[in-house]
Design a protein around this ligand. Structure first.
Ligand code: GLC
Length: 472
């Protein structure tokens, strides 16, 4: 009983407590999947107690500890709360000065906020008497836990660092090394890169094992096109790097929980048709048999919106497709989609929201899901779309490449449509190939089934993480 392997997962966000993107999905579902897969592990997750964490969860929390954390010349209050969910203990670090704010990140003092968070994690380990066998940190906000352990704490644990997106590195001016990160100057070379402090680089150097969220992305980040300047560091540390593709939460994203339920073994086609009609009714789009193409995404150019901007109008003018967008982000793209919806009232709807419940209706109601990312470490939406039997059309990069294989009408294998070059007309060609298939009922049914039946649950990936932890 007592000999359970102890895993402490550290990160800046986790669903359902607080999230801004895919990292939140992963830290909200991987830990429970690990606990399900193995009865001999004790998985705990630690994150900040943001203002955003809802009252319903706060009421369930118990206070575990209260300590004072020192960060260079600062002494800061640190409360620790916890609650249990799906076999996992979640810890929340409380400090209102740092975390009682409107939003999760994007503040001028994020470096200090997450340095405090990481110091608190390290100082709390003896307080809660939970000495992990493995500390698993995720993205730059938790990178300092790995660095601190190597430089100062020396707890006898292995450290894993996972890159969810190498674009966000945690870069700061060298002069705050001692003052904010409380790291002595003699260690500058560990965290310094390209003339500034780079927390991701420091964690890559200090960790025992480096992972990212698909094997294709693990290869890609050895290359300057994808690595945002870190390609050399990745190459030097390549022997400790591997890729483990994410899964999605099959309970949270469950087409059998919709009002018009369906799934691979229950009303796959008729249930899908009902959801499509409901979506068209809700959005006031004509129910005329036309295929619905949807996008649900942050409106950022690396998600492929440059391509969409280039050729979507051509697609609307030359085919009968309808188009639905859900997402928020860069103004340039919001303006584009707003204008398009105005000019194509019978074909286009643009919804500028981050809304999970609405997203499920769109996944379930659309025929085709477009995800033409320029780079995509893993990507979850293509998997969620598949679960709701919406056929993904993706660019062959990162996790999109690993999860979506092109449909071959001869062998009838493949679970989506893909294109290779980051080029607008290649994407348009992929959309047109998809629409051609859509008009061939037999082939389309097969493709929809392949998409819906593909297993994107956490089971296999949780196993892969457990094997990786065990091999440390
Ligand atoms: C980041 C990546 C995304 C990935 C997610 C979870 O948001 O951009 O591709 O799916 O992290 O790992």
């Amino acid at each position: 009983m007592e000999n359970k392997t102890k895993i402490l997962i550290v990160g800046a966000e986790a669903l359902p407590f607080a999230a801004t993107g895919g990292l939140g999905d992963v830290l909200g579902s991987l830990p429970a999947a690990l606990a399900r897969e193995a009865s001999d592990i004790d998985v705990r997750v630690i994150m900040p107690l943001y203002e955003k964490v809802g009252a319903a969860y706060r009421e369930k929390m118990t206070k575990v500890a209260e300590i004072s954390v020192s960060l260079a010349w600062r002494q800061q209050y640190c409360g620790l709360y916890s609650l249990e969910k799906d076999g996992v203990t979640y810890y929340f670090i409380d400090n209102e000065y740092y975390f009682k704010r409107d939003g999760l990140y994007g503040f001028f003092d994020d470096g200090e906020r997450y340095a405090f968070f990481c110091r608190a994690v390290m100082d709390l380990i003896p307080v809660i008497d939970f000495y992990p066998d493995v500390l698993h940190a995720n993205d730059w906000q938790s990178a300092l836990t790995v660095i601190y352990n190597k430089l100062y704490y020396h707890y006898p644990m292995k450290t894993v660092y996972t890159i969810h997106n190498i674009e966000y590195q945690g870069k700061y001016d060298n002069f705050i090394l001692g003052d904010v990160f409380a790291i002595a100057n003699e260690h500058l070379s560990i965290v310094e890169y390209d003339g500034c402090i780079n927390l991701t680089k420091g964690a890559i150097v200090c960790c025992d094992r480096l992972t990212t969220v698909s094997s294709r992305y693990a290869d890609e980040i050895k290359d300057a096109f994808f690595a945002h300047g870190l390609e050399n560091i990745i190459r030097i540390n390549a022997e400790k790097l591997s890729g483990i593709v994410n899964g999605i939460d099959y309970d949270y994203y469950d087409p059998m929980a919709l009002e018009e339920k369906f799934g691979p073994s229950y009303r796959l086609y008729s249930g899908k048709t009902k959801n499509k009609a409901a979506l068209q009714k809700m959005l006031g789009l004509p129910e005329n048999g036309a295929p619905i193409v949807s996008m649900i995404s942050r409106l950022a150019s690396h998600k492929g919106f440059d391509l969409v901007k280039c050729v979507l109008e051509e697609a609307l003018n030359t085919t009968d497709m309808q188009f639905v967008l859900l997402g928020t982000g860069e103004k340039e793209f919001e303006d584009f989609f707003r204008d398009l919806a105005n000019r194509y009232p019978d074909k286009v709807r643009s919804l500028f929201e981050f809304n999970k419940e609405l997203s499920k209706k769109i996944y379930a109601g659309s025929d085709i899901f477009l995800m033409p990312s320029k780079s995509e470490p893993c990507g979850l939406s293509q998997m969620i779309a598949s679960r709701y039997a919406s056929v993904p059309v993706v660019r062959e990069t990162g996790g999109l490449y690993d999860t979506i294989k092109p449909f071959n009408p001869e062998t009838l294998e493949g679970n989506g449509i893909t294109f290779c070059t980051y080029n607008a007309h290649d994407m348009l060609d992929a959309i047109k190939r998809t629409l051609d298939l859509y008009s061939n009922k037999e082939l389309w049914k097969k493709l929809v089934r392949n998409a819906a039946e593909k297993d994107f649950s956490w089971n296999a990936s949780a196993r892969a993480y457990l094997n990786m932890y065990a091999a440390l």
